[in-house]
Design a protein around this ligand. Structure first.
Ligand SMILES: Cc1cc2nc3c(=O)[nH]c(=O)nc-3n(C[C@H](O)[C@H](O)[C@H](O)COP(=O)(O)OP(=O)(O)OC[C@H]3O[C@@H](n4cnc5c(N)ncnc54)[C@H](O)[C@@H]3O)c2cc1C
Length: 267
């Protein structure tokens, strides 16, 4: 199990700033929308799709969890965040009990799963944890039942297709995987965003690549996984990981060789 005590291990820690709850209500039986007001830090720049790391109080300390900014009003500095009520977890418990005036800490925004403005169309695939939307989009989404469906948050040309699993979210959603196996891309340049349970995300990404979708036009991120506590999973292929390792080793070797040559030249 991974805890996300350090969401961004290699970089400087992001500054934390307070968010105050100004309202909380269920938008569907299993999704609670919390509204916050917060004075954002200087230089705050948010791109749709990015998330905040929230530090939530728990009976024995605190829990840090990633949540997508569903909406942000820069004038009023009001944020909306939708929290899936999936069980008896720290974030679920906090969201159920959130009341006006509660203050939590936020860090961010962060995340590379952002909407690419250059694309002609966008394909969003996910479960309840990723209900994004954009200018011209095809959204293939899974939810518990019909009551969990939501109208997309934008006035847009969005075609939404829902898959209702009728039970708790589980690893490897066969329905989404099967549907994506039949996906026929429309003309133009597309960009795919695949988020949700990690093994499902990985299978869908591999399926899209196998069907000719360029891998550099797929943003894929594991938002949760059975047994994992907070955090997130980068979704890569073994071959891409190998490529990265080889690239890093080659970089180090060439730096060593360059240093050796310079030393030899100086003698
Ligand atoms: C970049 C990013 C953006 C995200 N945005 C959102 C968002 O906008 N809304 C949202 O609700 N979630 C979002 N998530 C997912 C959320 O951070 C995780 O679901 C997180 O684990 C929830 O914390 P928790 O305290 O409820 O459960 P944890 O204590 O972290 O997990 C306990 C157990 O609960 C199970 N579990 C966790 N999440 C789920 C789930 N969604 N469904 C079923 N079982 C689950 C797992 O078995 C896990 O081991 C996002 C994640 C990332 C990485």
């Amino acid at each position: 199990m991974t805890d996300i005590s350090s969401p961004n291990r290699r970089r400087q820690p992001m500054p934390a700033w307070p968010l105050t709850v100004i309202g909380a209500a269920n938008v569907t039986p299993r999704m609670r929308r919390v509204r916050f007001v917060g004075e954002v830090p200087q230089g705050f720049a948010w791109r749709p799709g990015q998330d905040l790391v929230l530090t939530l109080p728990t009976p024995d300390g605190e829990a840090r969890r990633h949540y997508t900014i569903r909406a942000y009003d820069p004038v009023e500095q009001i944020f909306e965040i939708d929290i899936v009520l999936h069980g008896d977890s720290p974030a679920t418990r906090w969201a159920r009990g959130a009341v006006m005036g509660d203050v939590i800490q936020a860090q961010g925004p962060r995340g590379r799963t952002v909407v690419h403005p250059s694309a002609d169309w966008h394909l969003f695939v996910g479960d309840e944890t990723g209900l994004p939307a954009s200018a011209s989009a095809i959204a293939i989404l899974e939810a518990y039942d019909a009551a969990e469906r939501q109208v997309p948050a934008v006035e847009a040309r969005v075609s939404v297709e829902w898959f209702l699993r009728g039970g708790p979210a589980a690893a490897s959603s066969r329905r989404l995987v099967e549907r994506l196996g039949l996906f026929a891309p429309p003309p133009g340049l597309g960009h795919a965003y695949v988020v949700g349970e990690t093994s499902t995300v990985r299978t869908i990404r591999q399926g899209l690549i196998a069907r000719g979708f360029p891998r550099d036009r797929i943003a894929a991120e594991g938002y949760w996984r059975p047994g994992r506590i907070g955090g997130h999973d980068h979704v890569f292929d073994a071959s891409e990981i190998a490529e990265q390792v080889v690239g890093k080793v080659a970089e180090k070797l060439s730096a060593e060789i360059a240093r050796g040559l310079m030393r030899a030249a100086a003698r």
